[in-house]
Write a protein that binds this ligand. Structure first.
Ligand code: IMP
Length: 202
């Protein structure tokens, strides 16, 4: 049985303003005051884990210990079947120091060239850690395929080359609300809410 969240303040263990905004919005119905690791000047731990779950736990534990508050961390990325799951936990790093996802998407396509199987998935691990060392972790995913050339300008990261199962448009072409309803992050978040927040908020 998962531990329930029964406090009124939560740290979002991220220095990424976009992620903080997105997670903050998802938590809005639960009357939780949300503060980011960046605002608290918490150090960013090195992501040394071998899985999304490892890295999400590592970030959540570090923030909970440093702040004395429950902390929520997200680790996510793209996993391509024929590339044995790459770029996976290295999704952000494939874009290089300039965070250029045109380069990262090209790298995916070049490595895949000729492959018949274009199956891929976005994965998201969400970890909620308490200062006493307890943690709950949830992994969400959305399956689809890699398309080329990139299409659309609405999303971020690898969105222009990912078409979810049952869709014809890439994640960068569809309405953002539609993406957010079916995304890997939404999947992990629904699991977190059901286990730790259900019956609170709405
Ligand atoms: P993290 O900040 O270490 O979790 O890195 C996540 C990386 O995975 C991002 O920089 C993106 O490249 C990629 N990623 C995660 N979620 C998405 C998504 O919803 N769309 C596109 N790319 C994503």
């Amino acid at each position: 049985m998962a531990r329930r969240f029964d406090q009124n303040k939560l740290v979002i263990a991220s220095h990424n303003a976009g992620k903080v905004r997105e997670i903050g919005a998802l938590l809005e119905p639960f009357n939780v005051e949300v503060v980011s690791a960046g605002t608290l000047n918490l150090d960013e731990p090195e992501e040394t884990g071998e899985t999304f779950v490892d890295n999400a736990l590592l970030k959540a534990h570090a923030a909970a210990k440093a702040s004395g508050l429950p902390s929520l961390a997200d680790d996510s990325g793209l996993s391509v079947w024929t590339l044995s799951g790459a770029p996976g936990i290295y999704s952000a790093r494939w874009a290089g120091p300039d965070k250029d996802f045109t380069v990262a998407m090209k790298k995916v396509e070049e490595l895949m060239r000729g492959a018949e199987d274009r199956t891929a998935a976005f994965i998201c691990a969400l970890a909620l850690a308490w200062p006493d060392g307890h943690a709950e972790v949830f992994e969400g995913s959305v399956s689809g395929e890699i398309v080329w050339p990139p299409r659309g300008d609405k999303g971020f990261g690898y969105d222009p080359i990912f078409v979810a199962d049952g869709e014809t448009q890439t994640f960068a072409e569809i309405d953002p609300a539609r993406k957010h309803a079916m995304s890997h992050r939404a999947d992990a978040f629904h699991q977190l809410v059901a286990a730790c927040f259900a019956d609170q908020g709405t």
